[in-house]
Write a protein that binds this ligand. Structure first.
Ligand code: CA
Ligand code: CA
Length: 80
């Protein structure tokens, strides 16, 4: 009983991780998805959930205020 329950949970957990990794792998995130707290700007903490944003942070943060607003986010480039 315990064994099969553990196996099911492990499978679900692995599936969740795989789904998350797939969604982040080179795909263009939506601004609203990265802006987790919905304040209209992406902080560096929020960018940590979106590698494509994090990698281009210095290019995106044009006014160097430590946040990516929606206008700055618009220049995000899809990765090849
Ligand atoms: Ca935010
Ligand atoms: Ca900025």
């Amino acid at each position: 009983m315990m064994k099969s329950t553990t196996t099911i949970l492990a499978t679900l957990f692995a599936g969740t991780l795989a789904g998350t990794a797939f969604a982040q792998d080179g795909e263009m995130p939506a601004f609203a998805d990265v802006d987790a707290d919905g304040n209209g700007a992406i902080s560096q903490e929020e960018a940590a959930t979106a590698p494509v944003v994090q990698e281009q942070w210095s290019a995106l943060d044009v006014n160097a205020d430590g946040q990516i607003d929606e206008t700055e986010f618009a220049s995000l480039k899809a990765q090849s």
